[in-house]
Design a protein around this ligand. Structure first.
Ligand code: NAI
Length: 401
């Protein structure tokens, strides 16, 4: 496909970033931004917005399977240095991160904290960095761990914690694109199938919601009693992994944890079960155990591998157990990345304002509100306003029955 046209198509669906892009033209001169993000058409628009603002941009992938090579090629032609190739091996993946880290960036943008962790394992690289951003839940968890150990060397803005990020990207973005990934890899009928979703956080609830809307009978697996209860009252069956694998035709993990589907579950799984992961790293399904247990395996379709287990049972794994929405589809729709990347873009300016301690920060609520207003307007929603009397009432204690 033509990378340029793909980026243009995405750009027209990212009106908030577009507005900020015009507003901030030429205001980042001389700033070096190293970004470790999924190399998609939406990321291209973020990189180009930074470039138009005057920054020099280096980009590497935050997942070996998510790079859109045509987009990477187009970006290179536009003066963004891209070090990423779809299907790159582990060694090449880290080599690309090294090339971004050793470049001496002022700012790091990250999705999953691999680049930030690399800078912190080589502290001399972190010295000149003014700050960083983090896009996803798993990355924020890793950064908070660094902070707890007192080892965070520069301030990082947890973009994931903005409401205009997690409420939309994690829920609607992951919800839709995960189902998209499953469909592109398998072309199965969702209606009437039994599906299980592990994790009822923002991603998991988006996936469960979309699967149910397409007619699946959905089970939820949770370890948090409150989230489990929410899932139950939202109308899902709440079950253990052991129960889910015996019944489900499709099981999707979205927990941000490791070892959710383990050897014992694979042994007990129903014949023909399809396994996919939407959590950040490929550690949620024990793919190693699956490969060890298998008598044979063969790719049946792009991003779909069949494993034959002892006794003749078949288990199907999508996108190697990596993020299925990015491996087997194109990641989140542009409309939702408009919100996430507007947060990323403004976070860069917040870092450059200075005054942030080397800790994990969140963006101020005014930024969330501004982004939400712009998006609402762009999508044709109209906001009611409070009357003066209502403002007074909400701030008072005197009036009651
Ligand atoms: P979250 O923290 O809102 O939800 C995770 C849920 O998983 C929690 O409710 C937790 O109790 C549950 N959980 C943890 N261990 C579990 C286990 N062993 N079994 C069952 N449930 C378990 O996190 P969020 O935002 O939903 O993110 C989940 C993962 O998805 C993270 O790795 C995040 O980085 C990733 N992510 C992926 C995206 C994608 O494009 N595929 C987009 C955004 C986030």
């Amino acid at each position: 496909m033509d990378g340029e046209l793909k980026v243009l198509w995405a750009r027209r669906r990212m009106p908030v970033l577009e507005k900020l892009r015009t507003e901030k033209k030429g205001t980042l001169r001389g700033v070096k931004v190293a970004a470790c993000l999924h190399v998609t058409a939406e990321t291209a628009n973020l990189a180009l917005a930074l470039k138009e603002a005057g920054a020099q941009v280096r980009l590497c992938a935050s997942n070996p399977l998510s790079t859109q090579d045509d987009v990477a090629e187009y970006l290179r032609g536009e003066g963004v240095e891209v070090f990423a190739k779809r299907g790159e091996g582990e060694e090449e993946y880290w080599e690309h991160i090294r090339l971004c880290a050793e470049w001496g960036p002022d700012i790091t943008l990250d999705d999953g904290a691999d680049l930030t962790a690399y800078m912190h394992k080589n502290p001399e690289l972190a010295r000149g960095v003014r700050g960083g951003t983090e896009e996803t839940t798993t990355g924020v968890l890793r950064l908070r761990a660094l902070e707890r150990e007192g080892r965070l060397l520069y301030p990082v803005i947890a973009v994931n914690e903005s409401k205009t990020k997690f409420l939309f990207d994690n829920r609607y973005g992951t919800g839709q694109s995960t189902v998209d990934g499953v469909l592109r890899a398998t072309n199965i009928l969702i209606a009437g199938r039994k599906a299980a979703v592990a994790g009822y956080g923002w991603c998991g609830r988006g996936i469960a919601m979309r699967l149910r809307a397409m007619g699946a009978r959905v089970m939820v697996i949770e370890v948090d009693p409150v989230k489990a209860l929410e899932a139950l009252m939202d109308g899902y069956d709440v079950v253990t992994v052991e129960e889910a694998v015996r019944e489900a035709d499709l099981l999707i993990t979205a927990t941000g944890n490791k070892g959710v589907v383990r050897r014992e579950h694979l042994e007990a799984a129903k014949d023909g079960i399809i396994l996919a992961n939407a959590g950040h790293f490929d550690v949620e399904i024990d793919v190693k155990a699956l490969r060890e247990m298998a008598l044979s395996s063969r790719p049946l379709r792009p991003n779909l591998v069949e494993y034959e287990l002892p006794g003749g049972k078949r288990v199907y794994l999508l996108a190697e157990g990596r993020l299925v929405n990015l491996g087997a589809a194109e990641g989140h729709p542009s409309e939702v990345m408009d919100l996430s990347f507007s947060n990323q873009f403004l976070a860069v300016f917040r870092i450059l304002e200075g005054g942030l301690e080397p800790r994990v920060h969140v963006l101020p609520p005014e930024i969330d509100e501004r982004i939400a207003r712009l998006k609402l307007e762009a999508m044709g929603g109209r906001l009611e306003s409070l009357t003066e009397e209502q403002v007074r009432y909400l701030a008072s204690w005197q009036e009651g029955t």
